[in-house]
Design a protein around this ligand. Structure first.
Ligand code: URA
Length: 240
């Protein structure tokens, strides 16, 4: 049987993004940390991390060894820390995520809405973004001009963008109505969907990412909200 993973409380708080080791120890000394409902005042107390529920300065925090998060990006936010014209999506997330180094898994443009993943697991970020894994990113596109069948064929057969002679393809492309398209791509080149639409003879009016793999943006996750992904959600991300 696997022995339970045990860690000192100070180290647990640090791993979850509650600040420097010293700050974490001070939070405990100041009696601002509860562990599974009990106040603990010793930062060296050894705690099993499985199913661990913390309360830090009155806020409940469930221990996660690695963070896997789904976020519903609103328009007019940028996906970087050093933004140019709009506020950062990181302003909409709890401080511990930023502190523990959670990063966007591929960025969305400031005017794009929808599903964005965030994680502090470098291997996961790589797997989600590399085209080799064939993980589809599903976009709902409102087009400027009525969609024509030959444009859909073009997108599926591959379009060449101006910065790379290698064509890029939609792995799925379906017209929903005159101006609405659902399109899946597995790469994440710069402004890829917008540039693909231009190359096919149309233009994106608005863009929303609906799903990654088989994981769709939950209906009850409203713009600006986030949630932890569970193991089933992560499995869905990998499946097609
Ligand atoms: N493609 C784009 O052009 N923009 C996005 O935000 C995402 C994909």
């Amino acid at each position: 049987m696997k022995s339970p993973k045990l860690l000192p409380l100070e180290k647990i708080l640090f791993s979850q993004g509650f600040g420097t080791r010293r700050h974490c120890a001070n939070l405990v000394f100041a009696e601002l940390v509860k562990v599974n409902g009990d106040l603990i005042d010793d930062p060296d107390a050894i705690i099993p991390v499985e199913n661990l529920s913390l309360e830090v300065e009155g806020v409940e925090w469930i221990y996660h060894e690695k963070a896997y998060i789904a976020f519903h990006k609103p328009p007019n936010y940028e996906c970087s820390h050093k933004t140019k014209h709009h506020p950062s999506i990181y302003n909409l997330l709890p401080m511990p995520f930023v502190e523990r180094g959670v990063q966007c898994v591929g960025r969305l443009d400031q005017d794009t809405t929808g599903l964005i993943l965030l994680s502090d697991d470098g291997q996961f970020i790589h797997q989600m973004t590399t085209p080799k894994k064939n993980i589809g990113k599903v976009y709902w596109i409102q087009t400027a001009e009525p969609i024509q069948d030959h444009q859909i064929e073009h997108l599926i057969n591959g379009v060449v963008l101006d910065d790379d002679p290698k064509p890029c393809y939609a792995t799925f492309c379906e017209k929903k109505d005159d101006h609405q398209l659902e399109m899946t791509i597995v790469e994440g080149r710069y402004h890829q969907v917008k540039r693909m639409l231009v190359a096919a003879g149309n233009q994106v009016q608005s863009l929303h990412r609906h799903a990654i793999g088989n994981y769709s943006l939950p209906h009850d996750l409203i713009e600006g909200q986030w949630r932890w992904l569970n193991q089933q959600d992560i499995n869905n991300l990998y499946s097609r």
